[in-house]
Design a protein around this ligand. Structure first.
Ligand code: FES
Length: 182
């Protein structure tokens, strides 16, 4: 910042301007840091070929993250107790694509899905808290209004089948690997 004659003559004012500028820069860096963490730490392409590590660290109950690998999107959602309960209750419903919740998850708390609607391939919403999740609290495909439950099973709309579950495994309690089995 260029100093004005007034600043030179008044060092207190000059210091105030410099400190204010530094404070603003700090706020900007902090904001950028948060964005960086959210976008850069969750996933790592392990060996190319679409196999990725996804960190589960910091994913709050009721929310999730979308991991993108090339053109593929995956949803990793940490379910609440109520969401797990709703998914298990859905087992006894007459479903278009009959699968139990236990067949679709390895650990009840974590729902891992390929985000590709089986109707025409749009990526459904519902992974992050606050996204539209449809009538069944799971996922919502805005293209033609398919609605999925908290297990990712089709419950309403044109999708002929459930959201696909990809190959994955838990490398630890804090890390899953998507794209292959253990
Ligand atoms: S692509 Fe999802 S409802 Fe049509």
């Amino acid at each position: 910042m260029a100093e004005t004659p007034t600043d030179v003559a008044n060092p207190d004012r000059r210091n105030f301007i410099v400190l204010s500028t530094m404070a603003m820069a700090g706020i900007g860096a902090a904001s950028a840091g948060v964005a960086l963490v959210r976008t850069m730490t969750p996933t790592r392409d392990v060996a190319g070929g679409g196999v990725i590590e996804v960190s589960l660290d910091g994913i709050a109950e009721g929310s999730g993250i979308v991991a993108t690998v090339g053109r593929k999107k995956y949803s990793v959602r940490r379910r609440t107790a109520a969401e797990i309960e709703a998914a298990v209750a859905g087992d006894s419903e007459k479903l278009r694509h009959q699968e139990t919740d236990a067949e679709r998850v390895q650990r009840p708390e974590w729902l891992v899905l390929r985000l590709q609607c089986p109707h025409l391939g749009c990526p459904p919403q519902g992974t992050a808290a606050g996204e539209k999740r449809g009538d069944f609290g799971g996922f919502f495909c805005p293209c033609h209004n398919s609605q999925f439950d908290t297990s990712g099973r089709i419950r309403k709309g044109p999708s002929p089948s459930n959201l696909p579950v990809p190959k994955y495994f838990f490398a630890s309690d804090e890390m899953i690997v998507i794209g292959k089995e253990a």
